[in-house]
Ligand binder design. Structure first.
Ligand SMILES: *[C@@H]1O[C@H](CO)[C@@H](O)[C@H](O)[C@H]1NC(C)=O
Ligand SMILES: *[C@@H]1O[C@H](CO)[C@@H](O)[C@H](O)[C@H]1NC(C)=O
Length: 215
């Protein structure tokens, strides 16, 4: 690393990146669960793959501090105009207001608390998302959609792969013991290459019943 980039990192560190919030939380949708009997969903065909909901600067206590900066699509256009970059594929909206509105919402509600520039924030989100493929992790543990699983089985499969406990987010069904998986959240520290950490103690199932319909 040359002198200038060290200087830049030190600058970044002391210039707020370090003190603005405590840790990152990446939240990923399971589209088929999210859209199950959900009239807001307009996607005609749903991926059988987790996609990004958001990357959220978080505090152990209280909300992080954020700015009022508006989303500017031209600042992230390199992430969706060329074929190798694919914001639309990894971070789609399932609702009628569309992708750009969704990215604007996520930037303005969460990205503005990160002390990162817009391009860097979206790039980091994609990096973290692509580092581990939740769809693959579950598949490799024999967990495939279309079946019902004990909630701990899903939690443990991710725990074994990432060495931290995920937060599983569900919606309820008519049966109190079964819920539908809509989302998985995982926390990371703020090191330059963020490392997985446990979100909170106790983390675990968050909003799910004992059994999960992995639709
Ligand atoms: C994740 O894994 C699934 C299932 O193996 C695969 O179809 C998909 O392309 C992978 N996604 C990414 C972003 O690598
Ligand atoms: C996360 O918590 C589990 C127990 O709930 C523990 O076994 C594991 O070591 C923790 N991981 C980290 C990285 O702290």
């Amino acid at each position: 690393m040359n002198y200038l980039s060290v200087l830049f990192l030190v600058f970044l560190f002391f210039h707020g990146y370090a003190q603005a919030f405590d840790y990152w939380k990446i939240s990923q949708f399971w589209p088929r669960g999210l859209c199950h009997r959900n009239p807001l969903c307009v996607k005609p065909k749903l991926l059988e793959e987790f996609t990004i909901h958001g990357l959220w600067p978080s505090n152990w206590k209280g909300p992080p501090s954020c700015t009022q900066q508006k989303f500017n699509p031209s600042l992230v256009r390199f992430l969706f105009l060329n074929n190798n970059a694919h914001l639309q594929q990894v971070w789609p909206s399932y609702y009628a207001n569309g992708d750009v509105k969704f990215w604007a919402y996520e930037w303005e509600k969460h990205g503005t608390c990160s002390n990162l520039q817009q391009f860097d924030f979206f790039t980091l989100s994609i990096d973290i998302y692509e580092r581990n493929n939740l769809t693959d992790i579950l598949k490799n543990a024999g967990i495939v959609n279309g079946k019902t699983y004990n909630t701990n089985i899903i939690s443990l499969a991710i725990g074994r792969a990432l060495h931290v406990e995920p937060q599983l987010i569900c919606k309820s069904t008519s049966k109190s013991t079964v819920s539908i998986l809509t989302e998985i959240r995982i926390c990371l520290d703020k090191s330059r290459i963020p490392q997985y950490i446990n979100c909170s103690l106790p983390s675990g199932r968050a909003t799910c019943a004992n059994s999960i319909d992995f639709i």
